[in-house]
Design a protein around this ligand. Sequence first.
Ligand code: DGT
Ligand code: CA
Ligand code: CA
Ligand code: ZN
Length: 576
Amino acid sequence: MQNSILSEIFNEMADIMEILGEDRFRINSNRKVGRVIGDIGMDIEILLATGELAKVPGIGKSSLAKIEEFIKAGKIAAHQELLKKIPPKLLELLRVPGMGPKGVKAVYEKLNVKSIAELKGAIKSGSFAKLPGFGDKKAAAIIRGIEFLEKSTGRIRLDEAMGAAYIVTDLLRELAGTHRIQTAGSLRRRAETIGDVDILVSSGKSKKASERIIEGFASAEFVEEVLAAGPTKGSAIIRTETTPVQVDVRVVPKESFGAAAQYFTGSKEHNVRLREIAIKAGLKLNEYGLFKGEKMVAGEVEEEIYQKLGLDYIEPMLREDRGEIDAAGSHTLPELVRLKDIRGDLHIHSRASDGNCSISELAEAAKKLGYKYICITDHSKSSAIANGLSAKRLARQIKEIRRLNEQIEGITILAGSEVDILADSSLDFDNKLLAELDFVIASIHSGMTGPRQKVTARTLKAMDNPHVRCIGHPTGRLIGQREPMDLDIAAVIKHAAETHTALELNANPWRLDLKDTHCRMAIEAGVKLVIGTDTHNIAGLGLMGFGVATAARGWATKADILNTLETAESFTGIGT
Ligand code: DGT
Ligand code: CA
Ligand code: CA
Ligand code: ZN
């Protein structure tokens, strides 16, 4: 039955027209048609064919024509036209409990809010509550609505998923009968956002052991709500410090553990392709193993599944059906960059701007990580809220860093800056001062909602400056909170190659910017990446792994990442 899709289309037309402030009569008539079709209880195609539909009250001539059009073409031109008139994510606002078309119209018209992320921003900044007829109470209700939506359908950040996985694996390890524990799904692939956390456990043969593990999980103190608990699978919402997270735990037999790890790591698209290869080879692949007829040829060890299919082992980060299976067959997979390849962190904020630590504290902590160098990149003066450094303060900081290097052994501290790219595309410091620095990152921190042409031009212009070695967090996105800038990423990559400017892969799990697919484009264009944590404290130095995993998802090798270079000298003296 196509009734429900059709009903939704009419309702959507009504919503869009209401948001656009169109004729009230036509809005109501679309809504009514939507309701009638939804309630009708008989296949609309048959009603149309028999002529009955024309007699149904509420369905006029023009609606009838639209319904006919839909049955023939699968879409309605008037609906498509309406969709073109609004930003693509605007309708998602309607899913927030408490936000009707009138509310959406108000925030779109008055605050230029175009997505849930931007709605959150408008509530946070207080501008939402100031709208006539809204107020603090309404703002609080909408925030609860968004939270609800995120809890039920939302995707969480990688660090949040990781935190949830730690909580659960810690418990599982303590339970009797658990042999091996392995995270799977998008978390194991280190995707930038995670729908739910998947964990596999192998246990002994007895059914009892498996049931006890699921019971142990479902009754854990951190469980907020049990969604399902069967003999081998449990699914629950668990509490973490930041957000509720859905965790699926599956108990699998030892001899199938590798096959289950392969299957539940996904991605689904990767699995589909792998299964095709198995079928071509006369084999059968599922979550229990790889079979020839009834005989299991692989299952306990994940690597063997790939091996028996004639493929090199494919790291989880690559399993997205982006060409990895062909590459594994022709032995041309890249040797992915690893955390142990990283020699230093080139994006660090100290107490001088908005960080919490002194330069020497940061250097000592970096030394403990085995780093050979760090670069201090405090904000520049236009980032006033971040206590950006004036030219004078930066000149003093450079001297301080040179002095500290005399005292500290075993690590080199580079003097850098995260200099603002201003609205007119110029930089916040003059070239004379920039020339004093070892490494300069240029970033956009203002005017991020500007038009594509403008934000792109600003970025390109910054790369033309010979002292700029890297563009920081190129799209400026904050996952779940702020949309990326409307940047022409292909143009940025092309110009980065022309000007030998590196692009940052900001390792902060809020950013992961560049994202995986953009990293891959950059690498293919011969552009080097810098993985920086953008840390403001010592703990933040530990975020490097998120950046490395994202780079690996972009098929990066060690040679593609600048801060795998062995010595600090590789970065100094540029532009002098
Ligand atoms: P998520 O949770 O949305 O971030 O993404 P995943 O990839 O973790 O997806 P999830 O949790 O639904 O399922 C975990 C893995 O299980 C998935 O990556 C591949 C496998 N899987 C799930 N459903 C199917 C399916 O219908 N076909 C195949 N081939 N694999 C599936
Ligand atoms: Ca999942
Ligand atoms: Ca799942
Ligand atoms: Zn920044």
